[in-house]
Write a protein that binds this ligand. Structure first.
Ligand code: VG1
Ligand code: CO
Length: 558
């Protein structure tokens, strides 16, 4: 029987503007009649030929509340628009790195990922949808702008209502739509990704290290997010770890009430357990599996900036890089410059991009970049086009295995060799939008005045002299596309920096991010909070943040 396509009249919704990584709104908003349908139609319209006329797309998400409903809608709308084949994770489950890997290994035309990443889930919390292109990476700005423009004028979406697929059952579902074939393959959520990890790392060595005569003491925490099944397969089945090495490995629609963000505040259970116990490594991943946090014994915290720099320094102990060579490094602008020192020592190019993984893709595709990261717990390589939490944990295991040293020793040696980029980020979550916008405007005006350069600010016995103030802009070296207004930077003569920007991943209000970085060549064993105190005070003074936001303290410090 051939199924028919129905055009359903609809009207635009306000605010379907993708942020740093897709569209994120409350579940209640996505569940409104036609809201999700509209957005999916706009994705396909923006993709045009890339996504229709028999195209292959990967579809999956992080298991959060509303996933199955959204996948059902995506299937029906893809059918209505002439997509040829969908690869859908079993029960809709696919981590963000797994989607990227699947797009690449299947030479698919793109993928639709259902996630609000590190944002909380459940009926009262967040849902999200984003599109990844055929290179496996998040859609670039030009594409998401097109989606947004379409969302403002949409008049109808196309749907095939008669398609019902059992997401639980692995296998092929064939349909005929308007005389053309439409296939939905329900696939194993983890197999393809696990194969990729086995190609990248030396699983034989890692297995002996993890579960040999002196088993590694690990606590791998999936925070009830999507990585649970991946963690179980890789760490337990492949590397021989025991059940008590992994926790929270069942993806739950509300993440069990946890905030699935692997940082010192939200992964508190991991931090407390690792500091009280005797562990060689603690690791956590976010809801969709692209972020990671690495802890050493007694919860020694590896900042994501240092994590990236250390991996860069030891890049040769990972078989993937040995085989493919090393082609350049990159970090997002707010990320501390620890990486740059390693790049210099190794004679590698290093790029400074705006916040968000989408800006790394072109460089990777052009073979100018093989390892990159963000201060926001994102680390990854050109094996895919997303950051990759489990990959980062396996990279650290490889370094530990190679050096036979503890995480703390590895970091301290790194600082002795390169100096240390002290770093902290203050988040002021869910502030009122208007005063935050005003603060950013006023601050930009202040720091871009010619007489700002050369001014001196003193606090806590330290004096810093302004070298530059600007709103960061980036020209993509590959396609020349320009991204402006990517964050206010105040850079001092000694290289220390204050960066301020508004988050693009929240679902309501405004979140202010304040990033502070100070470099010390020899004084490398201080406490970050003490070392950075003077600069933090200077940042609050220059920006007048407490006055604008009414906040005296941040919600999260990392
Ligand atoms: C945040 C981070 C950014 C990251 C983005 C997506 O964006 O700062 O570095 O790429 O989240 O990560 P923003 O605009 O809120 O600062 V994820 O794991 O939420 O896809
Ligand atoms: Co994420």
């Amino acid at each position: 029987m051939t199924l028919t396509v129905r055009s359903v009249p609809t009207t635009p919704f306000e605010g379907q503007k993708p942020g740093t990584s897709g569209l994120r709104k409350k579940v209640k908003v996505f569940a409104e009649k036609n809201y999700t349908e509209n957005f999916v139609q706009c994705i396909l319209d923006a993709a045009g030929e890339q996504a229709v006329n028999g195209a292959v797309l990967v579809v999956g998400g992080d298991g959060r509340y509303f996933l199955k409903e959204a996948v059902d809608i995506i299937i029906k709308i893809c059918a209505g628009n002439g997509v040829g084949r969908l690869l859908v994770g079993q029960n809709g489950i696919l981590s963000t790195p797994a989607v990227s890997a699947l797009i690449r290994s299947n030479k698919a035309n793109g993928g639709i990922i259902c996630t609000a990443s590190h944002n909380p889930g459940g009926p009262e919390n967040d849902f999200g949808i984003k599109f990844n292109c055929e290179n496996g990476g998040p859609a670039p700005d030009a594409f998401t702008n097109k989606m947004y423009d379409l969302s403002k004028v949409i008049k109808e979406y196309k749907v095939v209502e008669g398609i019902n697929v059992d997401l639980n059952k692995i296998g092929t579902n064939k349909f005929e739509v308007n005389g053309k074939s439409f296939v939905v393959d329900i696939i194993d959520s983890v197999a393809n990704y696990v194969e990729l990890m086995k190609e990248i790392f030396d699983f034989g060595k890692l297995k002996a290290f993890v579960s040999g005569s002196k088993p590694l003491k690990m606590r791998i925490d999936a925070l009830n997010g999507v990585t649970g099944p991946y963690v179980r397969e890789i760490f337990i089945n492949q590397l021989g770890a025991t059940d008590d090495n992994v926790v929270h490995t069942i993806p739950l629609p509300d993440f069990g009430g946890l905030h699935p963000d692997p940082n010192l505040t939200y992964a508190k259970d991991l931090v407390d357990t690792v500091s009280a116990g005797d562990y060689d490594i603690g690791a956590a991943f976010d809801g969709d599996g692209d972020r990671n946090m690495i802890l050493g014994n007694k919860a020694f915290f590896v900042t994501p900036n240092d994590s990236l720099a250390v991996i860069a320094d030891y890049v040769d102990c990972i078989p993937y890089f040995k085989k493919n060579g090393v082609q350049g490094f990159a970090r997002s602008m707010p990320t501390a410059a620890a990486l740059d020192r390693v790049a210099k020592a190794k004679g590698q190019e290093v790029f400074e991009t705006p916040t968000g993984w989408k800006y790394f893709g072109n460089l990777m595709d052009a073979n100018r970049l093989c390892l990159c990261g963000e201060e926001s717990f994102g680390t990854g390589s050109n094996h895919i086009r997303e950051k990759d939490g489990i990959w980062a944990a396996l990279a650290w295991l490889s370094i530990m295995e190679h050096t036979k040293k503890s995480i703390e020793e590895i970091c301290k040696e790194h600082w002795k060799k390169y100096g240390r980029n002290y770093f902290t980020r203050y988040d002021y979550e869910e502030c009122e939008l208007a005063p935050c916008n005003q603060m950013m405007t006023d601050l930009e005006n202040l720091i871009t005045k010619p007489d700002f350069v050369g001014r001196e600010f003193s606090n806590g016995g330290k004096t810093y002299k302004i070298k530059l103030g600007d709103n960061f802009g980036y020209t993509d070296p590959i396609d020349g596309s320009v991204a402006t207004k990517q964050g206010l930077r105040i850079i001092f003569e000694d290289g220390s920096r204050i960066v301020m920007r508004l988050s693009g991943t929240g679902s309501s209000g405004a979140t202010v991010r304040l990033y502070i970085e100070a470099y010390e060549a020899t004084n490398v064993l201080g406490a970050a909070a003490d070392m950075l105190k003077p600069l933090i005070n200077i940042a609050l003074e220059i920006s007048q943040l407490p006055k604008y936001t009414g906040r005296n303290a941040p919600t999260v410090i990392t």
